[in-house]
Design a protein around this ligand. Structure first.
Ligand code: FDA
Length: 398
């Protein structure tokens, strides 16, 4: 039986980072992962360039049933701390949009950086390696049965991530373990995911597939309300793009979405003005205010005449046109599910974890970090920032 101070199960973003810090603090650390390839989610993240943090991350960019839980860890390990680490490793990066930082070259650089940090801490890595059983040991700590032998570990960190993209190693192991030790699980749901519509509802819009435009999109009410000004993408089956991925984390079955397809424009006023000052056709003029494919589709949808000269358009029709574009309400019938979701919403209920150390209040010595915990970031580097911050809080406490 081999002895370790800390065994981390899951060598993704949070697990690698936690293991490296704990090792460098002098702990004897074992890091286990069942996948053949290391940190596949980091590799595919940010289109291969890893949006590794967001300069402007605050607790308000995270969803949880216990919204204040993430404050402590996020305050003690900030985007600036991670940026300094990236700079120390000589990784070039750039800001793309709204504080989102991406590698100039490849997400592989972030993986290599995390591996170097683990090596600097003398972390032992077993991969691929599966955990058959994990139980509290009579002598204190935990006995772990792995495919590479038995381990006795003073502490265990569960960093097995969320359920999205099962084909690259996602599993519900961490959630099942938490349940076995009496933890409540906030229902896991796919998030940051394209939304779909009933084929008959979507048929009139399917021809817009490929069209992208900035919109204001909202859903929900009160504290559960989400509102984003981002790009929307029409697809053959429904809607995608950053606006939809963001709102999908707030959306629940049966809810409507409200879209403003011309968020920067007072459309009714613009159309009234055109009626007074232009002799051109409605279709041509609307196409100066919106992408032309959308303008054409909307005129057809409302059964208006695109070739009618502006002065001959009825005020009522122009108002209806403006209202329907500014207040488009539609009801998704579902999402593209775990196969396409970037993250899991829900997870181990944080009300039974310490916000300082991410340690279970039920089982001393057992910690949960990263996406397996009920803390979900918006799109834009926030989920990695949570992985780094929760990992650092845990490693320093362990
Ligand atoms: P992560 O999923 O990274 O790691 C979990 C590890 O546990 C995996 O290596 C897995 O193999 C292992 N594991 C699971 N079950 C196990 C078991 N039973 N035994 C042993 N090992 C087990 N976020 C962001 O901030 N910026 C971005 O650009 C992106 N982009 C992005 C793109 C795509 C396509 C996806 C799917 C996701 C993103 N994300 C993202 C989200 C981000 O990747 C995610 O939130 C973090 O990787 C979560 O880190 P964790 O370490 O918690 O889980």
């Amino acid at each position: 039986m081999q002895n370790f101070d800390l065994t981390v199960v899951g060598a993704g973003a949070a697990g690698l980072f936690c293991a490296g810090i704990a090792g460098q603090l002098g702990l004897r650390v074992l890091l286990i992962d069942h996948a053949d390839k290391l940190a596949e989610k980091i590799r595919i993240s940010g289109g291969g360039r890893c949006n590794f943090t967001n300069r402007e991350a605050t607790p308000s960019n995270f969803l949880s049933e216990n919204p204040n839980f993430c404050r402590s860890a996020l305050a003690r390990y900030t985007p600036k701390d991670f940026i300094e680490l990236v700079q120390r490793h000589g990784i070039a990066f750039h800001e793309k949009h709204k504080g989102q930082l991406f590698c100039d070259h490849s997400s592989e650089q972030i993986i290599q950086m995390l591996v170097k940090e683990c090596d600097a801490g003398g972390v032992e890595r077993w991969q691929p390696c599966t955990v058959a059983d994990l139980r509290q040991a009579a002598v204190g700590g935990f006995e772990i049965e792995t495919s590479r032998g038995q381990v006795l570990s003073r502490r265990v960190v569960v960093a097995t991530g969320g359920l999205s993209i099962p084909k690259i190693g996602a599993s519900d192991w961490g959630l099942r373990l938490a349940q076995r030790f009496g933890h409540r699980i906030v229902e896991p749901r796919p998030a940051l995911v394209p939304l779909t519509f009933a084929p008959e509802d979507w048929a009139p819009f399917a021809e817009l597939a490929g069209l992208s435009l900035p919109v204001e999109l909202s859903c929900g009410q009160g504290k559960a309300k989400g509102r984003f000004l981002e790009d929307l993408l029409f697809t053959h089956r429904g809607l995608s793009g950053p606006a939809i991925l963001q709102i999908s984390s707030f959306w629940t079955e049966g809810q409507d979405l409200q879209l403003d397809l011309a968020p920067e424009t007072d459309l009714a006023a613009a159309l009234r003005d055109l009626k007074a000052n232009s002799r051109r056709h409605l279709g041509n003029e609307l196409a100066t205010l919106l992408p032309s494919r959308l303008a054409q589709a909307w005129i057809e949808r409302l059964k208006l005449d695109a070739s009618r000269p502006m002065p001959e358009c009825k005020d009522k029709d122009l108002q209806t046109l403006a209202d329907s574009l500014k207040r488009w309400t539609l009801k998704p019938n579902g999402s593209e599910g775990w196969r396409k979701a970037e993250v899991m919403r829900g997870g181990v209920d944080t009300r039974e974890l310490s916000s300082q150390s991410l340690e279970s209040q039920r089982v001393p010595g057992l910690h949960f970090i990263g996406e397996v915990v009920d803390v979900t970031g918006w799109l834009g580097g926030y989920n990695f920032q949570w992985a780094w911050a929760s990992a650092a809080a845990c490693a320093r406490a362990a």
